[in-house]
Design a protein around this ligand. Structure first.
Ligand code: DAH
Length: 349
């Protein structure tokens, strides 16, 4: 059976050539099957081994095994080539093109405004303080000289937490449960927390989120942000308050800013004022003044409540809305835009 021995080499050469020429992975698998699969041509050759004589078998077996090893190697190397080719881009790469840049994220306009306000206050020695958004009536109202029967409390009648033992009934009586919890209506509650935790002097600002029972419209939202300020020392005057507010607003909005104090009422300050503000932007909106904050000299009763001697210590406090400032700065005409997180809006700032 010299025929079989002679067939091995040419068959192997053809198989090698076909494997090397396979244009893609699918074709390669098919070629492999055609040669070494159960019905492959090379498999058929091995099956014929049995028909050889005893003398011919070892030499033929050796040849066939060596050929098989060669075919396997050719298959593996072609497979690697094709896999690599499949992973490469179809189009040639132009290495002179500019690289793809990752777009940088941005801070939310409210965060930007808050950071700028904080930076302005830091320049004149104010530290940032913090307090809980879930407050109790004591810190939110009572300690701020706003007892349960005080009319000023109606305006801030707000989000009480479920499971409270103080329901709406108790809020309307003089015997309100003092530990009932609510979402804070203003950052003023942090004044109490800070004064109770440290002796005077104090120079803090408190940026934070507050909650009111407001219907959302272009200028209202049930959730918004305030910055509280508190300054306690000996011999503090309204002049200090006005100078500080003026300095910060000029830092924020430019040198053409004008500030006006209008008498007002807050139960935790005496005297109390509302701060009006104007500059070219406000004029452009067709307004003379824009109300921007509440403030005043800390009420002696508040000092009593936190254990400071009102005969010794004096101070002022203010609170203003961050949204209003951000809207003015960036020319935003609807407060709700600030909470929708629409990228097309946020990208602009
Ligand atoms: N808490 C007031 C509000 O939410 C703002 C305010 C007024 C804060 C007078 C103060 C203040 O600290 O002295 O409308």
């Amino acid at each position: 059976m010299a025929g079989l021995l002679d067939d091995i080499e040419p068959l192997k050469q053809t198989a090698l050539a076909e494997l090397k020429a396979a244009p893609d992975l699918a074709a390669l698998e098919q070629t492999k099957g055609a040669w070494t699969g159960p019905h492959g041509k090379f498999t058929a050759l091995m099956k014929q081994l049995g028909t050889l004589s005893k003398e011919e078998k070892p030499a033929a077996g050796k040849l066939i095994n060596a050929a098989k090893v060669e075919l396997e190697a050719a298959l593996t190397s072609r497979r690697e080539e094709l896999e690599l080719a499949a992973a490469l881009p179809k189009e040639p790469t132009d290495f002179t093109l500019p690289g793809r840049r990752r777009t940088l994220g941005k801070l939310h306009p409210l965060t930007q405004a808050t950071e700028d306000i904080v930076r302005a206050f830091r320049k004149i020695g104010f530290a940032v303080a913090d307090g809980p958004e879930i407050e109790d009536e004591y810190h939110c109202f009572d300690a701020l000289n706003t007892p349960a029967d005080h009319p000023a409390r109606d305006a801030q009648d707000t989000f009480y937490l479920a499971g409270n033992d103080a329901n709406s009934d108790s809020r309307n009586t003089q015997h309100a449960t003092r530990d009932s919890r609510l979402l804070r209506t203003h950052t003023s509650s942090v004044q109490i927390r800070v004064m109770k935790s440290q002796p005077p002097p104090i120079r803090i600002i408190v940026p934070g989120r507050v909650y009111r029972r407001d219907n959302a419209d272009a200028t209202h939202n049930p959730t918004f942000h305030q910055i509280e300020g508190l300054y306690v020392d000996k011999g503090v005057t309204v002049g200090d308050l006005k100078g500080t507010v003026e300095f910060v607003f000029k830092e924020l909005m430019g040198d053409d800013v004008k500030i006006r104090f209008r008498p007002h009422y807050f139960s935790y300050t005496e005297p109390s004022y509302e701060i009006d503000f104007t500059n070219a932007l406000v004029k452009k909106m067709g307004k003379d003044w824009l109300e921007i904050a509440g403030c005043g000299m800390v009420h002696p009763q508040v000092f009593e409540n936190v254990g400071y001697d009102p005969e010794v210590w004096t101070g002022w406090a203010f609170g203003f809305g961050i949204e209003r400032i951000a809207m003015l700065r960036y020319g935003i005409n609807d407060i709700r835009l600030l909470y929708e997180n629409d990228e097309r809006f946020l990208k602009q700032f």
